[in-house]
Design a protein around this ligand. Sequence first.
Ligand code: GLN
Length: 451
Amino acid sequence: AYLDRIEAVDGDINAFLHVRRETALAQARDVDARLARGEELGPLAGVPIAHKDVFTTSDMPTTAASKMLEDWQPPYDATVTARLREAGLVILGKTNMDEFAMGSSTENSAYKVTRNPWDTARIPGGSSGGSSAAVAAFEAPLATGTDTGGSIRQPAAVCGLVGGKPTYGGSSRYGLIAFASSLDTPGPFARNVLDAAMLHEAFSGHDPRDSTSVDAPVPAVVEAARNGEVEGLTIGVVKELDNDGFQEGVRRRFRETVELLESLGAKVVEVSCPSFDAALSAYYLIAPSEASSNLARFDAMRYGLRVGDDGSRSAEEVMSLTRAQGFGPEVKRRIMLGTYALSSGYYDAYYGSAQQVRTLIKRDFDAAFENVDVLVSPTTPSTAFPIGERSDDPVSMYLADLCTIPSNLAGNASLSVPCGTAPEDGMPVGFQIMAPALADDRTYRVAAAVE
Ligand code: GLN
């Protein structure tokens, strides 16, 4: 049914980069056979899923929406892919994204522009916009994404879905095409809190193949999603993440949701996190710095594209021609920013101070969590904006992640849950819940109360 739905609507939505009908059906038959043999596959066995095209898949191409990896067929599965395959989930296909996960609208894909199913003139968010659009358009019940600065929570918010960024290290980066390794976090998209929690649980947990994986039990997110009890919890509203510049309808829905939680017995306090004002600036030094280093591997030798290798050019010339042609403008912008920020003479002023800001943000969170159980904010300053509106203005695009970035810099748990639609445009609004590292269960618990 989902494959048929994809066939019917994806011509308009453009959520998918690759759909492999026969592969999916064969996998589904294999799951049936495993169940018939009495194998215990877990609660999501047989449920179809769409993967962001940044997770390697041994039976489908993986491109990170870049020309650099056009038609690249990985020889192995990412840990997230492998664990979900093992649990019996059926892969429908791979979803569109901003190239190498750099963006907030999925307009930076080298292949296609994905549309928001709520209003196809608007963006589905990004960088995991193919995943959010696929779930919102009923093309998949579940999807994976990655969140480096907001790329799960922001698309979830603007498509009316639940989307979570687990604690950094709580979900494995093995087999995930790297953008900014100290921030990249795989996470779930779903239509409701319990589905998201079940998916979260299914791929999370320690992975010896990821050196930053946390060796701790997976937080009890499914139990928390079933519980939804907020009586006695203290909820902090972050003063710095809600101001006059935010869309009125977003602020209104946010305030109503806070009141709802209060009426359910939570104690609400205002919290100031002064360093959050510098989070966006620090992120746009740290993330590009790590990206410039990670993307050095695309050297025209190891993967995918190779341009001008006709025997007349040096390796360096081939490399430079390939990178000029293979990377899109936003990726080049990040590589230049990052290379500059890391260069000798500027390293301390840019990368060094950004890392100091990162520590201050972490301290703001630590201080806040001494007094509150969770922090909350709108997930995004505005609802989904029209396609094309911000594509020529990187700074306005970067502002879409104003509220989500602090949790990436601190590495803690954060989740977006729908809280209604904005009266002025009828588009979905997201409510963000942030909790300390390894307290992911609290985000699901509060989200279940909001839902
Ligand atoms: N929009 C942010 C960026 O462009 C975040 C991306 C992400 O989380 N992958 O870097």
